[in-house]
Design a protein around this ligand. Structure first.
Ligand SMILES: Cc1ncc(COP(=O)(O)O)c(C=O)c1O
Length: 379
């Protein structure tokens, strides 16, 4: 889709891009200033594999401040993005044939990482009716003696689902019965939520010792290109990840690490301003989606995506293109509406499309007007 979008743009077509997976904001000034100072202060050498100690201490402080969780620096591994943190974690704990339960829809990388580790993905299909959250009964039904890991994001990319404390506790009660199952809790969208606070499954005392919490600076601080993610994990898992990372990439960028200390210890005003704007856009996107016949959706409680079910359009045609699934519809909207979206099949759900509202209100209005017009031509 991105490639086709570029081709259309090269032909001079004015495309509205609702496929973006990153904040459309600049990195806050105080973080940029810290990076400039770090360059001038010559933070230019190799860094410790797991990250500078004072950064790992700052991360421990963040966990105390935001999540009420106590970690020591030897439980923290800083990586080149949360994506690397996830890769480290999966490669460290999954052996060939181990089963990994992933609720659907999921971020595409999860499945690929399990395949790389030669594990077996076991999907649990969540439903629109349950706001794309799985139930404890679904979880328990998916568990087998081979289950080693459960992996999820809350807030979720792509659905925007956010598990509240009682929902997490209900899942945690299931895990209590299966002490060999580890959990990867991807909390990269932690700050971008519209319900006021984000809960971690690691807060339950029997879960903390088997949960790997993943987080990073990309989304909450508009720092996708800076590449810094981190995990908090039981010590032996952190040690294994340090070992792996020591051969893959070593420690991440020195300047980014110095700036990250400031990001994680300074007040979160810039993040809150950004989230307030996402919230305004979300409200508008929900209004605009209500005006589109056939769209069925849950309100996203977090992240910056809407994920409507679009199957009402399957089997329809504008006389030239026939839409049989979400990928066809994404292609149709690109070709005929000049709006770039992401097909739900990229996330394991072929009935939905993902619309990002990490774009200006003006582009959101323009994009949805085009989508509505293009869909009206399908009969
Ligand atoms: C759910 C989820 N986890 C992790 C990441 C990766 O973040 P990073 O930029 O820190 O690698 C993304 C990025 O899109 C994401 O959506």
């Amino acid at each position: 889709m991105a490639k086709l979008g570029r081709e259309l743009r090269a032909q001079g077509i004015d495309l509205v891009d609702l496929s973006l997976g990153e904040p459309d904001f600049d990195t806050p000034q105080h973080i940029k200033d810290a990076a400039k100072k770090a360059i001038d202060d010559n933070w230019s050498h190799y860094t410790p594999v797991s990250g500078y100690l004072d950064l790992r201490e700052a991360i421990c402080g963040k966990f105390r401040r935001d999540n009420g969780l106590d970690y020591t620096p030897d439980q923290i591994v800083v990586s080149t993005g949360a994506k690397q943190s996830l890769a480290n974690a999966v490669l460290a704990v999954i052996n060939k044939g181990d089963e990994v339960i992933i609720p659907t829809p999921f971020w595409v990388t999860y499945e690929a990482l399990v395949q790389l580790a030669e594990g077996k993905v076991v999907k649990i299909q969540s439903s629109l009716e349950n706001a794309y959250k799985i139930t404890p009964a679904q979880l328990e039904a998916a568990i087998t003696p081979r289950t080693r890991l459960f992996m999820f994001s809350s807030p979720c990319n792509p659905s925007g689902a956010v598990y509240d404390k009682s929902e997490l506790q209900a899942l945690a009660e299931v895990f209590r019965k299966y002490p060999n199952i580890l959990v990867i809790s991807d909390e990269i969208y932690e700050y971008i939520n519209y319900c006021g606070c984000n809960e971690s499954i690691a807060q339950f005392e029997w879960m903390k010792e088997r949960t790997i919490v993943i987080n990073g600076l990309s989304k909450g601080f508009a720092m996708t290109g800076w590449r810094l993610g981190y995990m908090a994990a039981p010590k032996e898992i952190a040690r294994a990840c340090d070992k792996l990372q020591g051969q893959f990439t070593s420690g991440t960028n020195a300047v980014t690490q110095r700036a990250a200390i400031v990001a994680l210890t300074a007040p979160l005003d810039a993040t809150h301003t950004m989230v307030a704007e996402f919230s305004r856009r979300r409200t508008r996107v929900l209004e605009l989606m209500k005006e589109i016949p056939g769209f069925r959706f849950a309100s996203p409680d977090g992240a910056f995506y809407a994920f409507p079910c679009v199957d009402a359009y399957f089997g329809k045609s504008d006389g030239e293109e026939t839409v049989n699934n979400a990928s066809d519809l994404a292609m149709y909207l690109l070709n005929k509406g000049h709006v770039n979206t992401v097909t739900g099949s990229a996330f394991g759900d072929d009935k939905c499309l993902r619309f990002s509202f990490a774009n200006s209100m003006e582009n959101i209005e323009k994009g949805f007007a085009r989508i509505k017009d293009a869909l009206a031509k399908l009969g």
